[in-house]
Write a protein that binds this ligand. Structure first.
Ligand code: SAM
Ligand code: SF4
Ligand code: SF4
Length: 371
């Protein structure tokens, strides 16, 4: 198919050129990829910077003062993000998650939230707008985020014991401040709140039960995430992954659980309810149980590259289209063309690949495309 070629400029790992197909692809909300998966969920990274140095994500030795973060001019502006997001919504996206890096470090993030909150789905409904944060700035920002139109937040928290938490964020940040942030989010009405805990065997697995006890009965949904082989800098090893099945077994032995139905198609978490009615927990088994079959998520990087999988090594350069003068229809057609060609299913294929190769290419960092 003939394409209008837009020249490449500076890219993190060498982007793929996004072309506009010669025959426009109308936005009907019915787009699907080569495996029949629709496009429903857009994750937007608004910064590649973070004030934490979690060893599994931005290890200090790599992300030091000399690390080449993106210059501000490379970042999509709020207007550019909203314009791109609008085309995704026209193709069927219903949920937008802001992430990073630490999204609350992006100056005036509330302005972006206001713009996104004004968008409507193909069915004319408001979008489900959420944000994943390390919680460090939440106490200060919860009220203004809610006022801007944010509906809910997911807070990452890897333990309650102050020394474990300080070691995991590796910048000596106290756990009490994050707990205050969660409380502020609740007071602001940013719910239902989810708390994500990445479990690393031998590092914080002794925090599983204390975390479960702490959040049981609070209405906050705690979710345990298997430590993943994202990026190329965290020195991931399979023996540091604690399978979700073990997490469920551990909790169930003290606090009996019953499996619940999935809340939505393509939902990543398996849900377990406390038998005594004390709420639920979730497990996200990205390593031991692939869920690529229902994966309806696209990721837009800080500098405007479209990633079709968390484990991709390259993204499609949408920023060049946006800054190169493409109109809305051209942009929507380009996105459709890329999604229609998508066949990514890394987690399903992981077990067939040589360890830590990412299929032969260096994978992009999670702090760059977001979780
Ligand atoms: N800074 C924000 C935060 O920590 O919530 C948002 C970005 S962070 C990259 C998004 C999510 O990815 C967090 O919940 C984090 O715990 C998770 N994450 C990062 N590296 C991971 C890894 N190697 N395995 C599993 N989850 C990871
Ligand atoms: Fe920062 Fe979030 Fe990565 Fe931790 S997981 S280093 S808080 S981006
Ligand atoms: Fe989706 Fe890629 Fe994760 Fe599979 S590995 S669930 S395709 S992001």
């Amino acid at each position: 198919m003939a394409e209008r070629v837009i020249p490449l400029i500076d890219q993190r790992l060498g982007a793929l050129r996004a072309g506009v197909p010669a025959t426009p692809i109308a936005a009907t909300g019915l787009l699907s990829d080569t495996l029949g998966r629709p496009l429903r969920d857009l994750r937007i990274s608004v910064t590649d910077r973070c004030n934490f140095r979690c060893s599994y994500c931005m290890p200090k030795e790599v992300f030091d003062k000399d690390y080449p973060y993106l210059p501000h001019s490379d970042l999509l502006t709020f207007e550019e993000i909203t314009r791109v997001a609008k085309q995704f919504v026209a193709h069927g996206v219903r949920k937008i998650r802001l992430t990073g890096g630490e999204p609350l470090l992006r100056k005036n993030i509330e302005v972006l939230i206001e713009q996104l909150a004004a968008l409507r789905t193909v069915e004319g409904e408001p979008l489900d707008i959420t944000l994943t944060t390390n919680g460090s700035l939440l106490a200060r920002k919860a009220a203004s985020l809610k006022a801007a139109g944010l509906q809910r937040v997911t807070v990452s928290l890897d333990g309650l014991q102050d020394d474990v938490f300080r070691a995991m964020n590796d910048v000596d940040f106290p756990v009490a401040d994050v707990l205050r942030g969660i409380e502020a989010a609740r007071e602001a009405g940013l719910g239902p709140i989810k708390v994500n805990m990445v479990v690393k065997r031998g590092t914080n697995d002794n925090e599983i039960l204390p975390m479960a006890r702490h959040f049981k009965g609070t209405g906050i949904v705690l979710r345990f995430i298997e430590y993943m082989d994202v990026g190329a800098t965290n020195g991931w090893r399979m023996d540091e992954v604690l399978p979700s099945a073990d997490v469920v077994k551990l909790i169930n032995a003290e606090l009996p659980l019953r499996q619940l139905d999935a809340s939505a198609p393509g939902e990543t978490a398996e849900r377990w309810g406390y038998a005594d009615g004390g709420g639920e927990v979730g497990v996200i088994s990205s390593v031991t149980q692939a869920f690529c079959g229902g994966c309806n998520r696209a990721r837009l990087s800080t500098e405007g590259q479209l990633y079709l999988c968390l484990f991709a090594s390259q993204g499609w350069d949408l920023r060049s289209l946006v800054r190169g003068g493409a109109g809305d229809e051209e942009l929507a057609s380009a996105i459709a063309h890329i999604w229609q060609g998508r066949g990514d299913r890394y987690s399903q294929l992981r077990s067939t690949m040589p360890p830590d190769t990412g299929g032969g290419a260096r994978r992009v960092e999670m702090s760059y495309i977001g979780g």
